[in-house]
Structure formats: structure tokens, C-alpha cells
Write a protein that binds this ligand. Structure first.
Ligand SMILES: [Zn+2]
Length: 490
């Protein structure tokens, strides 16, 4: 008998994943002082007695951070509590000068939300529970690679406002974890609460993962995986760690509850320090801050004023603009692209034509140049202007693409470019007939075969006409002219 294959072994096991996402809120200043919260900057320049933890300095809560945290929590369908409490989370770390982090513990800002991340085969939604959203401050940063043999501390990030979004262990595969993160990031982008950049550390993900035999309902012992710096890194790390756990369990061992670090270069997980239970942090209410009290009316107003959620926008685009699911997903991938499309569609009036250009030429340009839609040279009203010129027969489709290329390069208005570059459509029958004479004279063999019944040669002749006109002749119109001229008895 041969040993079962790896795939056959894994098929007996289920992956169980919960994610903790730290998201930096997009405020100008830090959570509890007036220092700039901007990313980058010379080390230790955005600091003051509060975020340096000098004795006697007192924290003052940033109201904007509360608004953004509340917006995020409501967008994730959480209940926002009228009273929440800041707590000290005590631990020693070189880049944590206070010796504690201000966080929230047993009375968090919000609880009990959910996010839908897709549909199962039976079309029921895959719903991931959001256990809680709480506010906290970031620690500083240890810099290991600046001075040989010495670790430096940069406290610019100390006190920057974060929310932590904790999910239920509802994900059953690495793909579901990836889907959850992408949906979450999109919601946060639509709410405009964060810059959502994993590279700049404004979005950080820790994963809790365990393995259990299929059919069981109790959770297995979990490990916490840290140090992933991309969504695909999270998916890969989960897969590797889960397979490691299944290996341990199949061999009759037990999984140790511990923190694992993902090593992306080696595609491996390795143990970090042993996981502390929450009691080790000696949480207690922060004595320097009163409980955070939010008026019920204010919470209701925040809910009412929420920006449009991605799912709502997708539904609206499908309904109002008659776009298919694929087109809608592509155009609403990020809110700035969706805004751009909507401006073009409204200014031009034909939503399908607008969608085709945005999904085709605009996205291709952005991809080639690595540009963002917000800095794209072609403004929505100018793209709409170009579509108007096509609709009104001022430029042909071929010429429009040349005009578009010039718009990308110069930022000029389409009518101006068409005029300047001589790309306005030629409607002059005399001019067109003259070109056709030349084409017929230059292609005697093709003309002969076309007359003999090889209709597909019309394409060759149209192509020759387009070349002669430099794209300024209308293909349909020329096709009709050729058919008329060459099938009439002369
Ligand atoms: Zn400060």
C-alpha cells in the first residue's frame, strides 16, 4: 500500500482563519497630540512631550480620528456604542516610550458587524463577522539598518491614530481571507478614512489560523501569523502555516499556540515569541482620558451621512447606466475611477460609450504609465468632449484614438487637437472620390477580383482609403462608395 498523497491528506482538514487589520486613519495630526501624522519626514521631527511620553504630558483625543473610526465601523455594519473606554495596554518595547499603548479593551468603540465577500456555489453570500472595531495609537519604529550594530528609534509614528478591525474566525480558505481583505480595503477607500497602503504601513494584517478535521465544529489551537506585507503574502503565509499545522496533527502532535513570523523571501513561517494571553497586558482604564461619549443623534447622523458604499455604487451603476457585472466591477474597483467614469458618462450622455473608453483606452494608459486616475492628464470633461466629437461625426473612431493619444501627452482639449493636427473627418465627396480614384488605380488586381465576386477584398480597399485619408474618412461611408462604384456597370 502506498502512503496517501499530500492533497489527499489535506482534503481531510479545514482551514479556519480570523484576521486582525490595523488601519491608519487619515488625520492631519496624531491621536492624542497636535503633531503631524504624515508618513515619512526626518526621524523624530513630528514629536512633542505627549508622544515622546515626557512626564506630566496629558493626551487630548483627536475628534477627527473619532469621526473616521465611527465612519469605518458603521460602513462595516457595526453597532457604534455611545460609551467606549480607552485603556492602557502595558508592555515593554524599545519604540514604546510610555511603556503602554492607549487602546480600547472591554468597552470598544463598535462591535457586531459583518462584511459580505462574495457568493458560494449555491449563491448564498459568504458573510464574515466583524467582532469589533476599536481605536488605538501606533507605537514608534525601531530602525535596524541605519547605523551598523545599533538600533535607532524613530517616534514620528508614535501616537498616530489607528483602528483595529477584528474579524470572527469565519474564513475557510486563504482565498476567502484574500477576498475579505480586498473587500475591506475597498470599503475603507470608499469611506476615505485611510490611505490603505500596506507598503507605507497604513494597513497591517495579522492572521489567526488553525486546522480542524472536516466535519468538526470545535476550533483547533490557533497560531498568529505576522509580518506579511501584501495581500498575496497573507494568502501564501496562511497556506504554508496551515499545511505545517496539518503535518503536525497528522503525525499525532499538537499545535502550540504561538506567534509565527512570515518570511516572504524564504516562503516560510518561523516561530516568534510565545503568544501572551490578554491578561499579560494588564489592561486598565486610561486615567488621563475620560470615557468617549458619543451622542445617539450624532451616531445616527454619521450613519445617515455615510459615503456611498461600494456595493451600493455597483448596484446604482448597473441600474442607472445599464452596465454588465464585469464592467461595473472594473469601473467601481476604486472610488476615484468610479467618479471619473461617472463624470464622463454624465457629460457625454451615452454611458456605454463612456464605459468602453474608460475600460479600454483610459485603463490601458494608466497601466502603461503607472499613473493614478487622480493625476491623469485627460480630464473627464475632455474625454466626454472627444466622445461628443465622435458622436457628431466630427472625427472618426480611428482619428479619435490619435486625438486621445495627443490629449494624454498634452492635456489639450480634443477639438483643438483635431483641428491642429488635421484629424477632422473629411466629408467632402469630391475629396473622397479623388482618393478612391487613386486607390482603384493603385490596386488593379484587387479591384478585378472584387468585381469577380471576392467581396472580402472590400476590406483591403477600405484599408487603402483609410491610409490615404490618415483615418479621417468614415469606414462605413467609404465601404458604401466602393460597393457603389465597383458594382455598377461602367
Ligand atoms: Zn506629539
Amino acid at each position: 500500500m502506498t502512503a496517501p498523497t499530500m492533497d489527499a491528506l489535506l482534503a481531510n482538514w479545514e482551514m479556519v482563519v480570523g484576521l486582525e487589520v490595523h488601519c491608519q486613519l487619515k488625520t492631519n495630526s496624531k491621536a492624542f497630540c497636535g503633531c503631524s501624522a504624515a508618513y515619512g519626514g526626518q526621524p523624530n521631527t513630528n514629536v512633542c512631550p505627549v508622544c515622546l511620553a515626557l512626564p506630566g504630558a496629558l493626551p487630548v483625543l483627536n475628534g477627527r480620528a473619532v469621526e473616521l473610526a465611527t465612519t469605518a465601523a458603521l460602513a462595516l455594519n457595526c453597532t457604534v456604542h455611545p460609551v467606549s473606554v480607552f485603556a492602557r495596554k502595558n508592555y515593554f518595547y524599545p519604540d514604546l516610550p510610555k511603556g503602554y499603548q492607549i487602546s480600547q479593551f472591554d468597552q470598544p468603540l463598535a462591535t457586531g458587524g459583518h462584511v459580505d465577500i462574495g457568493r458560494r456555489a449555491d449563491s448564498s453570500p459568504i458573510r464574515i463577522g466583524v467582532t469589533r472595531v476599536h481605536m488605538e495609537e501606533d507605537a514608534g519604529k525601531s530602525v535596524h539598518d541605519r547605523y551598523p550594530g545599533v538600533t535607532a528609534i524613530d517616534l514620528n509614528r508614535s501616537g498616530v491614530p489607528l483602528i483595529e478591525i477584528v474579524s470572527e474566525p469565519d474564513m475557510r480558505s486563504a482565498e476567502e481571507a484574500g477576498a475579505y481583505l480586498r473587500v475591506l480595503k475597498q470599503i475603507l477607500e470608499y469611506m476615505d478614512v485611510s490611505d490603505d497602503s500596506m507598503e507605507e504601513g497604513s494597513l497591517r494584517v495579522d492572521a489567526n489560523v488553525s486546522a480542524r478535521r472536516r466535519g468538526e465544529t470545535a476550533l483547533g489551537t490557533k497560531t498568529e501569523v505576522k509580518n506579511m506585507n501584501s495581500f498575496s503574502g497573507v494568502e501564501r503565509a496562511l497556506e504554508v502555516e496551515w499545511i505545517r499545522q496539518v503535518g503536525v496533527l497528522e503525525a499525532g502532535g499538537t499545535v502550540q499556540q504561538q506567534t509565527m513570523l512570515w518570511d516572504g523571501a524564504a516562503q516560510q513561517v518561523r516561530p516568534s515569541r510565545t503568544k501572551e494571553g490578554s491578561h499579560d497586558y494588564r489592561y486598565f482604564p486610561e486615567p488621563d482620558l475620560p470615557p468617549l461619549v458619543l451622542a445617539i443623534d450624532w451616531i445616527a447622523k454619521m450613519r445617515h451621512d455615510l459615503p456611498e458604499l461600494p456595493a451600493d455604487r455597483r448596484a446604482r451603476f448597473a441600474k442607472d447606466y445599464g452596465l454588465g457585472e464585469y464592467d461595473v466591477d472594473l469601473i467601481t474597483a476604486n472610488p476615484r475611477l468610479a467618479d471619473y467614469y461617472e463624470s464622463v458618462a454624465r457629460a457625454h450622455g451615452d454611458p456605454k460609450a463612456a464605459a468602453n473608453w474608460v475600460m479600454g483606452d483610459v485603463l490601458a494608459q494608466l497601466k502603461t504609465t503607472g499613473q493614478d486616475i487622480t493625476t491623469f492628464r485627460v480630464r473627464p470633461q475632455d474625454l466626454a468632449g472627444l466622445l461628443n466629437l465622435m458622436r457628431d461625426g466630427v472625427v472618426t473612431h480611428t482619428a479619435a484614438r490619435q486625438v486621445f493619444a495627443r490629449m494624454v501627452a498634452t492635456g489639450d482639449a480634443p477639438a483643438q487637437i483635431a483641428e491642429r493636427e488635421g484629424l477632422v473627418k473629411v466629408n467632402d465627396d469630391g475629396q473622397l472620390a479623388g482618393w478612391l480614384d487613386e486607390v482603384i488605380a493603385e490596386h488593379p488586381a484587387e479591384v478585378e477580383r472584387f468585381r469577380a465576386g471576392e467581396k472580402k477584398l472590400q476590406g483591403v480597399l477600405i484599408g487603402a482609403m483609410m491610409k490615404k485619408s490618415r483615418g479621417r474618412a468614415d469606414a462605413k461611408q467609404i465601404g458604401a462608395m466602393i460597393a457603389k462604384r465597383l458594382t455598377s456597370n461602367e
